[in-house]
Design a protein around this ligand. Structure first.
Ligand code: C2E
Ligand code: MG
Ligand code: MG
Length: 276
C-alpha cells in the first residue's frame, strides 16, 4: 500500500513525491476538446499537476520524469485513474456528461495486472459509464511492444473504454500497424499544427494524418491549437476537433462547467467551411 512507498523509494526527491501522493498534493487539471465547427465541448483531457506547498503549481515536466521508471509509476497512474473516476462521478451528479481522457504511461499499461486493476476500479465506480473514459497512450509508447500493447488495449476496449494515440506523427507507425491497432482516436501532435502554417512538410503531414484517420475510421483531434488561423486551416483541411491554448488552457476541474457555459467559438470557424 501507499504507506510502504517511502521505504521502497530511494533518494529524497522520490521520497518527497511519495509523500505528495499520500498527502493528496497532486490534482488533475482539465483541458477542453471542442468541435471547432459546431462550437461545442466534446470532451476533456485530464492533465496532472502538483500543488507544491512551497513551489506552487508544478506541471508534469517537473515530476513525471522522476516518477516514470520508479516504484511510484503504478501508484501514480492508479491515482490518476481513481481521481478521473471521482471527477466523472462529481460531474454526473451536477448533470455534466463529458468524456474524459487520461494519460497512462507505457510501462504502467504493460504491467501484467494493469487490465485487472482497471477492472477493479471501474467496479468501484460502477455508476460511472465506462464510455465516458478514454485512455491516451503516446504513439512512441504504443510502438514499444506492439503485440503486448495491442492485447492490453483490446481488453480495455472490451471494458467499454476508448483508446487514443497521443502525439501522433512523432513515432514511426506503419500503415500495416495502424490498420490492426485497437484505437478509436488519433491526436495529431502539436508540433505539426504549429509548423503547418509556414512549413509545407508539416502541412503535408497534417493532411496525410487527416486522410489516414478517414481511411481507418478513426476520430481525429488536433493538439496545440493556439490561434484562430490554425483552427480555421484545420477546419478547411477537414479536421473538425481541436484542443489547445487558443480554445482554453488546462483549468481546475471545478471551473469546467462555467467555462463551457460561456465559451463561443471564433466567428471565423463557423463560416470557415463556407468560404472558398
Ligand atoms: P500530452 O498528453 O500530449 O498533453 C498535452 C500537453 O500540451 C499538456 O502539457 C498541455 O498543457 C499542453 N498544451 C495544450 N494545448 C497547448 C497549446 O496550445 N500550446 C502548447 N505549447 N501546449 C499545449 P502538460 O500538462 O505540461 O503535460 C505534458 C505531458 O505530460 C502530457 O502530454 C502527457 O504526456 C504527460 N502527462 C500529463 N498528465 C499526465 C498524467 O496524469 N499521467 C501521465 N502518465 N502523463 C501525463
Ligand atoms: Mg495526452
Ligand atoms: Mg500530446
Amino acid at each position: 500500500g501507499l504507506q510502504d512507498l517511502s521505504l521502497s523509494t530511494n533518494g529524497t526527491r522520490l521520497d518527497r513525491l511519495a509523500t505528495a501522493l499520500q498527502a493528496n498534493e497532486f490534482c488533475l487539471y482539465v483541458q477542453p476538446k471542442v468541435d471547432m465547427q459546431e462550437g461545442t465541448l466534446v470532451g476533456v483531457e485530464a492533465l496532472a499537476r502538483w500543488r507544491h506547498p512551497e513551489q506552487g503549481l508544478l506541471g508534469p515536466g517537473e515530476f513525471l520524469p522522476q516518477i516514470e521508471g520508479s516504484v511510484l509509476e503504478a501508484p501514480f497512474g492508479e491515482w490518476v485513474l481513481t481521481h478521473s473516476l471521482t471527477l466523472q462521478r462529481q460531474w454526473l451528479s451536477q448533470g455534466l456528461r463529458v468524456p474524459l481522457s487520461l494519460n497512462i504511461s507505457a510501462r504502467h499499461l504493460q504491467m501484467a495486472d494493469f487490465p485487472q486493476r482497471v477492472q477493479q476500479l471501474l467496479a468501484e465506480y460502477a455508476d460511472v459509464p465506462t464510455s465516458l473514459l478514454e485512455i491516451e497512450i503516446t504513439e512512441s509508447a504504443a510502438l514499444t511492444d506492439i503485440d503486448a500493447v495491442s492485447a492490453t488495449l483490446v481488453q480495455l476496449r472490451n471494458m467499454g473504454l476508448s483508446v487514443a494515440i497521443d502525439d501522433f506523427g512523432t513515432g514511426y507507425s506503419s500503415l500495416t500497424y495502424l490498420r490492426q491497432f485497437p484505437a478509436d482516436t488519433l491526436k495529431i501532435d502539436r508540433s505539426f499544427v504549429m509548423g503547418m502554417m509556414t512549413d509545407i512538410g508539416d502541412m503535408a503531414i497534417v493532411d496525410g494524418v487527416i486522410g489516414l484517420s478517414r481511411s481507418f475510421g478513426l476520430t481525429l483531434i488536433a493538439e496545440g491549437v493556439e490561434t484562430t488561423e490554425q483552427g480555421l486551416r484545420l477546419l478547411q483541411m477537414g479536421c473538425l476537433l481541436g484542443q489547445g491554448y487558443g480554445i482554453a488552457r488546462p483549468m481546475p476541474a471545478h471551473e469546467l462547467q462555467a467555462w463551457a457555459a460561456q465559451w463561443r467559438a471564433p466567428e471565423a470557424w463557423a463560416q470557415g467551411l463556407a468560404k472558398p
